[in-house]
Design a protein around this ligand. Structure first.
Ligand code: 0FV
Ligand code: MN
Ligand code: MN
Ligand code: MN
Ligand code: MN
Length: 507
């Protein structure tokens, strides 16, 4: 593999046309191997960015290359304007009808348009135009490989997809088409299988931890989902170097799920008040007052969380206060408690009141805290810039929550649970369930625009953190795409897990 990596590195620097250059970077990304060439890719993009005007002239009416350039630059945090698309528009602010026949260009523009920031009307028009055109192309006769690409793009735009899952699809599609550079394809297949073996080893380790803990046996009412819990973390950060992060997050996911079920399914309101207080004090001495099943649950949480913090401290003294994961745990339990009280009282909050709390109870902020405290690049300075919760963490958690509600609230309500965003909005505005769901989907798109507007970074640490903040909603959209893929697995998720964690790609 070392030789292959060297060959590809040379390819990146070899002199070639701008479109070819962009295409290579895009292929490396979609094949899931760009992380080997981070600095090289950054070099090339800086050069392109530095000569944007000439490059734009060169690309003239090449929609595919222009859209590719725009997307790659924006993905990497460069300040590129939607103005690069003006020349594809007519006077009236619509895209030229003649673009209808450029299938490849339409797909690229469709993907680029999903990186729109708030208020970018050209890109909004581009999403609508390309979606409509691509759907109508699907109704006609398309060359089979192209049809497959268009269908895959329409299912979810690239910016919303779980990366590893797309990588697997893209490698296999490239294999079928036999158009991809064989060196790239070979590297991608080898690397996919190599990384899969790393996942299997990590999964064995956390399985051993979870089985030894024995919590699921002691709390039989709770969901027991070790593999799924690990699968989420691969979606949040797939690269091999994030193994410690995946370990800490998988453990947290197991505890989140168990404790969420204590609050939603099993505990009485008085017990829950006691548990919330114990977590807030973070003191084993408060355990006496808890019922037996909560004692063991508290101790599992206490030990696991302290152990994670200890490992961080052992390697990177000191453990900064912003990294204390139990602070996040106290916030989560308090948010669970608010929901339990609302349910107990039969209270329906309005949507804003609900979301302000549900943003915390979805646990995204804890997940991000664990990400940065296990990060190799964490520094005092980086953390000082992070004093309060960064905006991107809020937008990211918001999408996580809204997707969870879209996928899980039907069953939650049937079982008896606090009204979720859909019901809160219906109650507040008197609209139908369908209209409420559409409203929630609009909110999701708005939060995506906010995230897209915040992709620049000034350090490796910030870059990694933002990538994870972007991957959280991607993963939520993946798991809840067809309902509650987490609580009530439906076959789709099992297949996806198998393809990422178990089945190697045939060489
Ligand atoms: C989902 O459960 C759940 F537990 C989530 C999304 C958080 C834990 C899982 C991971 C972080 C992987 P549920 O829909 O019951 O959550 P709510 O908050 O709606 O009760
Ligand atoms: Mn370990
Ligand atoms: Mn729940
Ligand atoms: Mn809950
Ligand atoms: Mn839910």
């Amino acid at each position: 593999m070392g030789k292959l990596t060297e060959d590809v590195k040379q390819m990146i620097y070899m002199k070639k046309g701008i479109e070819e250059q962009l295409q290579l970077i895009d292929h490396l990304q979609q094949l899931g191997v760009a992380y080997h060439f981070k600095e090289d890719i950054k070099d090339v993009l800086w050069t392109i960015y530095g000569s944007m005007e000439e490059v734009s002239m060169l690309l003239k009416d090449n929609l595919h290359a222009t859209a590719l350039m725009f997307r790659l630059l924006r993905e990497h945090g460069f300040a590129v304007s939607e103005g690069v698309f003006y020349r594809f528009m007519e006077e009236k602010g619509h895209l030229k009808a003649s673009l209808r026949h450029q299938t490849e260009g339409l797909v690229s523009l469709y993907e680029a348009s999903h990186l729109a920031k708030e208020g970018e009307q050209v890109l909004e028009e581009a999403t609508n135009f390309t979606t409509k055109q691509l759907k109508s192309l699907m109704e006609g006769s398309l060359e089979p490989h192209l049809r497959e690409h268009v269908a895959h793009a329409l299912e979810l735009p690239l910016n919303w997809k779980m990366q590893r899952l797309h990588t697997r699809w893209f490698i296999e599609a490239s294999q079928r088409e036999a158009k991809m550079n064989p060196v790239l394809l070979e590297l991608a297949k080898l690397d996919f299988n190599r990384v899969q073996i790393i996942y299997q080893r990590e999964l064995r380790e956390v399985s051993r931890w979870w089985n030894n803990l024995g919590l699921a046996q002691r709390l039989p009412f709770s969901r027991d989902r070790l593999v799924e819990n690990y699968f989420w973390t691969v979606g949040w950060a797939f690269e091999p170097q994030f193994g410690r992060c995946r370990e800490a997050q998988t453990k947290a996911n197991c505890l989140i799920t168990t404790i969420d079920d204590v609050y939603d399914v099993y505990g009485t309101i008085d017990e829950l008040e006691l548990f919330t207080d114990a977590v807030d004090r973070w003191d084993v001495n408060t355990m006496d007052k808890l019922p037996e099943y909560m004692k063991i649950c508290f101790l599992a949480l206490f030990n696991t969380t302290n152990n994670t913090a200890y490992n961080v401290m052992k390697e990177k003294v000191p453990l900064y206060k912003q990294c204390y994961p139990w602070i996040q745990w106290a916030d989560i339990c308090k948010a669970y408690m608010v929901e339990a009280r609302w349910y107990h009282q039969g209270y329906t909050p309005n949507l804003e009141e609900y979301l302000e709390n549900a943003l915390v109870s979805i646990s995204g902020l804890l997940i991000l805290t664990l990400a940065y405290c296990t990060s190799d690049d964490v520094t005092r300075e980086a953390l000082d810039g992070l004093q309060s919760c960064p905006q991107i963490a809020r937008w990211s958690s918001m999408i996580f929550r809204l997707c969870d509600d879209l996928g899980t609230s039907k069953d939650e309500l049937r079982r008896g649970d606090v009204p979720k965003s859909i019901e809160c909005h219906m109650h507040e505005s008197g609209v139908s369930e369908d209209a409420a769901r559409e409203h929630i989907r609009r909110l999701i798109r708005g939060n995506w625009r906010a995230i897209n507007g915040d992709r620049s970074f000034t350090s490796r640490f910030e870059e990694n953190l933002k990538m994870m903040a972007i991957n959280i909603p991607r993963m939520a959209q993946c798991v809840y795409q067809y309902g509650d893929g987490y609580g009530k697995p439906d076959g789709v998720i099992e297949d996806r897990i198998r393809s990422l964690l178990i089945e190697p790609i045939l060489m």
